[in-house]
Write a protein that binds this ligand. Structure first.
Ligand code: ATP
Length: 296
């Protein structure tokens, strides 16, 4: 694992408010790293510091293990809404961005990014004729100019309708599949869950938890079963050793399986031992539940 970004003990306060408080985390090459937190938890402040837009009070961060060197060509960021010219076409707007970014092969590169965000057909439309979703995709196109290896996105689906959200998500996933390192800040748990490989959960500027998304999700689907012979069934399952956690709650048995078993094994076990289940339910623990529990 090659660290791309290391943040160590970063703190930024505004008077009595700690926007971020002693924050440390590491993003490795190829991670799709979600920074998840409610409003005001310090996500934008964190991204602004690592992009050199504002300065931290204490602590430090390194990109590619080089202190304080920010190679803008390697990083494409969408933290503030880009200022496109309303009466210029998409191509003309992208031309201006490409010039600023000193992108080579400008024409080819603009065609490439317009294809990627499915705006090629609208390339000669004026910016102010685009829908909100299209404007957001154009912002992504601008960010992708020059093919940066790291993408940083602050609330990339904010304000979009469900179709727009899916479109933006698909662009992010297709970039991720090329092996890019992507950092996404969001307060929308399902977004992080669908896109990210890793997540850091922030609350009031503090890191509450950092983990792989599938590790957080893996923890514990609960199987809820019921039967007329609930006490006998409970004893049988207690002897089976299939669980990490077993509870009898009123007339239900709640089971968290150990890693060797799947929910269907419980069904099979009950059937083979002569129990008829009147209830069989698998309660998936979404990141949302975990998140709400964590920040409680
Ligand atoms: P949101 O999801 O609402 O965008 P966030 O997680 O990005 O929130 P930040 O914008 O980083 O959070 O803000 C963190 C805290 O720092 C908030 O309490 C905010 O009010 C405060 N803050 C941020 N910038 C400033 C500023 N320039 N002056 C004073 N306080 C600020």
């Amino acid at each position: 694992m090659e660290p791309i970004l290391k943040i160590e003990n970063l703190t930024k306060n505004y008077g009595a408010i700690y926007a971020i408080n002693n924050l440390s985390l590491t993003v490795n090459r190829g991670d799709i790293f979600g920074i998840l937190g409610p409003n005001g938890s310090g996500k934008t402040t964190t991204l602004s510091i690592i992009l050199g837009i504002i300065k931290q009070d204490t602590g430090n961060f390194t990109w590619f293990n080089k202190a304080n060197i920010l190679d803008n060509k390697k990083i494409g960021a969408l933290v503030e809404q880009p200022n496109f010219y309303p009466y210029l076409s998409l191509v003309d707007n992208l031309n201006i961005v490409a010039e600023i970014k000193q992108v080579s092969n400008i024409e080819k590169e603009i065609n490439r990014v317009l294809e990627l965000v499915s705006l090629h057909e609208r390339q000669l439309s004026k910016f102010n004729t685009l829908s909100l979703g299209m404007k957001q995709r154009l912002a992504l196109a601008a960010l992708l100019l020059g093919d940066p290896e790291i993408l940083i996105l602050d609330e990339p689906t904010n304000g979009l309708d469900p179709k727009g959200i899916v479109e933006v998500r698909e662009i992010i996933i297709s970039e991720a599949e090329k092996g890019k390192t992507i950092i996404i800040a969001s307060h929308i748990l399902s977004e992080i869950e669908k896109v990210c490989s890793h997540v850091a959960i922030l609350q009031k500027g503090k890191l509450i938890k950092q983990a792989k998304v599938d590790e957080i999700l893996k923890i514990e689907d609960t199987i809820i079963i019921s039967s007329d012979d609930i006490d006998v069934l409970y004893e049988a399952i207690a002897r089976s050793g299939m669980f990490q956690k077993l509870d009898k709650i009123e007339n239900e048995i709640h089971i968290i399986l150990n890693n060797d078993y799947f929910p269907k094994d419980i069904n099979k076990f009950a059937f083979e031992n002569g129990f008829i289940l009147s209830k069989f339910e698998v309660k998936k623990k979404s990141l949302e539940e975990q998140f709400l529990k964590i920040i409680k």
